[in-house]
Ligand binder design. Structure first.
Ligand code: IDC
Length: 469
């Protein structure tokens, strides 16, 4: 399959490394660790720890303990599992990077909120220098660089990916890198695609030919598979819906698209109502797809009427079920107020930034409907994106009801913002439902008339142009 690649990429770490400074020394003869500040901005920075095996034999595992001064916390880590106890942050391998050959290194990253640097560092219970615990390393740490609104990536570093290859061939395994999503080469990647409607209602919209069109004509990177749990969905036939999801993941895989598995909770809004179902479902699908590079897990579509703490409690129980099978998959967690980062319920992203889920390689969902959600929501997304990784796993060009007229101006303002921030998105919906948000006119799916532009609605035309662009 040959197609024009249109992923927007930026070199993340090459830019960030310029400002990095190590401040734990590296003597020989032990495992050691260095801490480097890779980039900093207003009241936060990105840090990287490099664990080096300076012995002559293989190191089978590692544990790094950092202590941070009051007022400074770690918001998120990647390539490591993080546990917090008071001001001490303990990092253990992410699953694939435990073993370090003699003379080799492994590293992991983190987003730190606040400007304080670690005051102590232990690797496998010993000082990171390989000798004594530094008495006051903070005094030798670099001063925070000048405040900047930019997180880990300079958008000016954008570059086009070479042509040829499907999105998955070009990008491979995805990984959260700071506040962005990166491909396996460490470049920031913005995935663009479409969401299904409810699988229980529109199965005829998701066929080999409709997915050929999505991959080859729309040039989509992403296919979101929305499996409702209630409203005649998963709870009525768990094995049947699991099989349907698995089948659609295979179709996306065969076409080189990323597959986003959406556990589409909506009513009731507390995801804990479906906790047992979620564990069963994600245990099965993550076991089935563990060896694939292209599967992303969205564990709760739109929590509502429930606190962030309860959403986090749910996430902290479901994510380990996925990790047990697929340690390095990206997981997306829904946010309060119908995945509005809390805004639709009078809150904000601060509750997440101050109390993130207890896992790495995690992103947070933001949803919008362009005719309903405008400047104040865009401002919150821009603010949150400086601190936490966001993914727009669902958006509409119309009102939050899924119907009404397309708001072209607001839709374009959203597209421009997401492109600038390199935030991926999936549009509601790749279906022929009789509502303004559907990309196809009613009757398209049964007729199999997906190709070309003749069956598109106004929304479908607008969104397809953006995805292809
Ligand atoms: C809507 C569908 C509509 C269906 C309804 C059922 O468009 O046809 O009758 O769900 O619950 C969301 C939800 C998504 C909604 C969509 C539009 O994630 O399930 O789909 N929406 O209302 N959040 C905001 C809007």
């Amino acid at each position: 399959m040959k197609r024009r690649a249109k992923l927007i990429l930026a070199t993340a770490f090459a830019v960030a490394l310029a400002s990095g400074t190590a401040f734990f020394a590296l003597p020989a003869g032990a495992e050691t660790a260095t801490f480097a500040v890779q980039n900093s901005w207003n009241n936060g920075y990105q840090g990287q720890v490099t664990v080096t095996n300076d012995t002559s034999s293989t190191l089978n595992t590692w544990k790094v303990e950092l202590t941070l001064p009051a007022g400074t916390t770690v918001g998120q880590a990647w390539n490591a599992t993080m546990a917090v106890s008071g001001s001490t942050y303990t990092f253990t391998p992410a699953g694939w990077n435990a073993t370090i050959a003699a003379g080799s290194s492994a590293n992991f990253g983190m987003i730190v909120n606040g400007s304080g640097r670690p005051t102590s560092c232990l690797v496998n219970g010993k000082a990171c220098t390989g000798s004594v615990v530094p008495s006051s390393p903070a005094t030798s740490s670099p001063a925070p660089s000048s405040p900047s609104a930019s997180p880990s990536v300079s958008p000016s570093a954008s570059a086009s990916q070479p042509t040829g290859g499907t999105p998955v061939q070009v990008n491979g395994n995805l990984k959260v890198c700071g506040t962005k999503l990166c491909n396996e080469h460490g470049n920031v990647v913005q995935l663009k695609g479409m969401s299904t409607h409810g699988l229980q209602w529109f199965p005829s919209c998701y066929t080999d030919s409709s997915l050929d069109v999505l991959a080859n004509e729309w040039n989509a990177d992403l296919f979101r598979i929305s499996m409702y749990v209630q409203e005649g969905g998963y709870e009525t036939n768990p094995s049947g819906f699991t099989a349907q999801v698995n089948n659609l993941v295979e179709k996306a895989t065969a076409r080189g698209m990323y597959a986003l598995i959406d556990f589409h909770t909506l009513t009731p809004g507390d995801p804990n109502y479906n906790l047992d179902r979620a564990k069963t479902f994600f245990r099965e699908v993550s076991a089935r797809h563990a060896s694939k590079k292209n599967v992303i897990y969205e564990i709760a579509n739109e929590p509502n009427g429930v606190s962030w703490q309860q959403i986090k409690n749910y996430a902290d129980q479901v994510i380990p079920v996925i990790r047990a099978n697929d340690p390095d998959a990206v997981v997306i967690v829904g946010s309060r107020g119908w995945s509005s980062l809390g805004v639709s319920e009078g809150s904000s992203s601060s509750e997440i930034i101050n109390n993130p889920v207890s896992a790495s390689n995690v992103m947070y969902a933001f949803h919008y409907y362009a005719a309903s959600h405008k400047d104040n929501y865009r401002a919150e997304v821009e603010r949150a994106a400086a601190s936490i990784p966001l993914f727009v796993t669902e958006f509409g060009t119309v009102t939050y009801t899924g119907g009404g007229a397309v708001d072209v101006a607001s839709s374009n303002a959203w597209f421009d913002l997401l492109d600038r921030l390199k935030i991926g998105y999936a549009n509601w919906t790749y279906s022929d439902a009789g509502e303004g948000s559907a990309a196809f006119k009613p009757g398209t799916c049964n007729a199999g008339a997906f190709s070309g532009t003749g069956s598109l609605t106004e929304s479908g035309t607008l969104v397809r142009n953006r995805i292809r662009a």
